[in-house]
Ligand binder design. Sequence first.
Ligand SMILES: [Zn+2]
Length: 287
Amino acid sequence: MALDRASNFKKYSCLVLLATAILIPLQLCNSGSAAAASVSYQAKIEAEMDEKTKKKEKSKPRKADMSWTKLQKQFPGTFVINGPRNKKRVALTFDDAPDSRFTPAVLDVLAKYDVCATFFVVGSRAAQKPELVRRMNRECHAVGNHSYNHAVMSKLSKEDFRKQISRTDAIIHGIIGYHPRYIRPPYGEILPSQVAWAKKNEFVVVNWDVDSVDWRNNPSTETVLRNIRRTLQPGSIILQHAGGGSSQDLSGTVNALPRLISSLRQKGYEFVTLPELLGKTAYKNQK
Ligand SMILES: [Zn+2]
């Protein structure tokens, strides 16, 4: 009996193994071809945004800070990481928007607390969700250019860099009727020659002096708040996100906002848009 069972078990195991051996490659082939067929532009962007998380983890902020200091000195007023330090004003900035998972939630909190902020939108995403960009504009927020598909600008040719800016510029203009003055390069990475071009064309390149680090490891509300408080001071420009890759969860950012706003207001801070903080309009030409 026991032997029979054992031999049955063996037979059964062999069948299962055989079936698995046939089915797994089939499954892989299927998902592979389906994935290949459905690789959309959006998926590419999302993959790149997920990649961003890994990339930033590896990056050395100190090195970036040093080059940012150089750029600030070389291009005063064109390459900016903070506003005037003599007034208790700060600017909330949200990158990688619009994203229907998180942008409406961020907009809801800002509306509830009567805060005007700045959104750096990705051109390809804006084209897909124009109603969210329209809402930003309608609800007192400034809209800036965050490239067309979240490219690493510093790795692009002169022509490709300009295309990233102009394509997004045209999309935003088509939605809200103005050409944004403010550019934020993805990952904050930009070459001196690209900043020089921005200056010549009346753009302002805006990075940040406060990083909420909400792009890494889906942080909790507490972690987001702690990261912001670490370097916040009058004139600070705060980096947060209102969109991201499919594996990103920005609930920490959304939930941190009411506490951040209340506690900074209690300390006498005012929340302003980048145009207010930096004293230049959100748009380059007449509306
Ligand atoms: Zn970004």
